[in-house]
Design a protein around this ligand. Structure first.
Ligand code: KIV
Length: 259
């Protein structure tokens, strides 16, 4: 359903995956995944980069268009990439508007209390905003490595304060990435908007994983929390090896596939 109304607190968990293109959006929406995220993780998963910092607005726009073509009736959130929303509020609103015009129903921004003023500005511009706290991958240079965030009391307090303020600022949902399950539970109970967890235990209002992780189609980074329900990587290598060997041994193209 292409409606923000799926982001309600209820007993029903909200199911999300990333989608970067026609194939991932179409398979995910056909499988009943309720909402899709054009995540800036595409820089790593599609581009092979070490982190998400090199992803541009142009890439996010292109992949938002691709995902929209595969899931015309699904709710799509697009990530605002590194530096697209922290230089100035005016630039942030303009960039968010570009994603909306190209097919997104909402944007996601990383950061806690410090992005609340911006959330208000985006919401004022009628752009729905999903927050993202905990391990925020655009902060990788500050974190040093991908790790659990919020183990210390001070970090936990910051996460709770951020979630409460983001709700007040008008965010419609918040991604909680790689935080302790007990903290994710507390945040989830404390706020009236749904939390979408990734690596943050079972107590959130919804869960999200990267499409390529769900399907075992990415070999570089294997977060502990990512469960592979298929091994498409092996399937792909196997299929391609068979294709190559049939060409070499002369069995492809056969009569059926000769056009
Ligand atoms: O970019 C991304 O894919 C994300 C999710 C993993 C939450 O932000």
């Amino acid at each position: 359903m292409r409606s923000i109304n799926i982001f309600k607190k209820s007993n029903r968990p909200i199911v999300m995956t990333t989608a970067y293109d026609y194939v991932s959006a179409r398979t995910a929406s056909s499988a009943g995944i309720e909402a899709l995220l054009v995540g800036d993780s595409l820089g790593m998963v599609l581009g092979g980069a070490e982190n998400t910092l090199n992803v541009s607005m142009e890439e996010m726009i292109l992949h938002t268009k691709y995902a929209r073509s595969g899931a015309p009736d699904h709710f799509i959130v697009s990530d605002m990439p590194f530096l697209s929303y922290k230089i100035s509020p005016a630039e942030a609103v303009r960039n968010a508007g570009r994603l909306i015009r190209e097919g997104a129903d909402a944007v996601k921004i990383e950061g806690g209390t410090e992005v609340c003023r911006l959330i208000k500005k985006l919401v004022f511009a009628d752009i729905p905003v999903m927050g993202h706290i905990g391990l925020t991958p655009q902060g990788i240079l500050k974190f040093g490595r991908y790790k659990k965030i919020g183990k210390k009391e001070v970090d936990k307090k910051y996460l709770l304060r951020s979630a409460v303020e983001m709700e007040k600022a008008g965010a419609f949902a918040i991604v909680l990435e790689n935080i302790p399950a007990s903290t994710a539970d507390e945040v989830t109970k404390r706020i009236g908007i749904p939390t979408i967890g990734i690596g943050s235990g079972p107590g959130t209002d919804g869960q999200i994983l990267v499409w390529h992780d769900v399907l075992g189609f990415y070999d570089k980074l294997k977060p502990k929390f990512a469960k592979n329900y298929k091994n498409l990587w092996e399937e792909a290598v196997d299929g391609l090896k068979r294709f190559a060997s049939e060409i070499k041994n002369g069995s492809f193209p056969d009569e059926e596939h000769s056009g």
